[in-house]
Design a protein around this ligand. Structure first.
Ligand code: ATP
Ligand code: MG
Length: 198
């Protein structure tokens, strides 16, 4: 449902760690859709990943996202889900952002791999009713929306980069340079993240 206020993108993730795939998706979605801002919303407890692997502390992931965005215009790290605490559901994030300013026009941005899980999201109908769902095409994903769904597609350069691979690189002692912004490389070292195989 389009609203007349600021156009705001919500790009949620675990960001463990953030990488240039995330950043390229965020800036291209912002450009293509004419968004004022895109928030990189750091999940407090990413319910989809619970039980799958240990996730780094939310504060550490937020710090890395802040380092990653640097001073790129219109892209910001958001601690909204961390401040809210508990499991992170996009439906709650959408509700909170509309409570703050009901005129906002919200765009929920997901990669095509994450989009496959959309039908299983908590209160997904609420998300669809209150925001435009945007799918960013990611290598390997050949995603089609479920029947009856209206989604916007954004084409981004396909960057075959994942946080999973980056964590393994740290374990193996392989370089992260150019796959994540330089301040993130230093941040990962300083925080001592990903050294132990998980
Ligand atoms: P992991 O390997 O731990 O799952 P990830 O790289 O997939 O990490 P997430 O934090 O899980 O990163 O993803 C957050 C969002 O970013 C998701 O919507 C995901 O689809 C999207 N995304 C992640 N990597 C890319 C990429 N290289 N290009 C486009 N979108 C991406
Ligand atoms: Mg992922």
């Amino acid at each position: 449902m389009p609203r007349s206020g600021p156009r705001l993108g919500i790009f949620g993730g675990t960001f463990d760690p953030p990488h240039v795939g995330h950043l390229a998706a965020a800036v291209n979605a912002r450009h293509d859709l004419g968004l004022d801002r895109v928030l990189l919303v750091v999940a407090n407890v990413p319910w989809q990943k619970v039980g799958e692997r240990p996730v780094s502390a939310a504060g550490a992931r937020l710090e890395l996202v802040r380092l990653a965005v640097g001073d790129v215009e219109g892209v910001e790290a958001s601690d909204l889900e961390i401040r809210r605490g508990g499991e992170s559901y996009t439906a709650d994030t959408v509700a909170e952002l509309l409570d703050e300013d009901p005129s906002r026009d919200l765009f929920v941005i997901v990669g095509s791999d994450a989009a496959e899980g959309l039908p299983t999201w908590e209160r997904v109908e609420e998300v669809r009713a209150r925001a435009t769902v945007v799918v960013v095409d990611r290598p390997g994903g050949s995603w089609g929306p479920p029947p009856g769904w209206e989604v916007r597609r954004v084409e981004v350069p396909r960057l075959e980069i994942s946080s999973t691979d980056l964590r393994q690189r740290v374990v193996d002692g392989r370089p992260l340079d150019y796959l994540v912004p330089a301040p993130v490389v230093s941040g990962i070292e300083r925080l001592g993240l990903y050294r132990e195989p998980r």
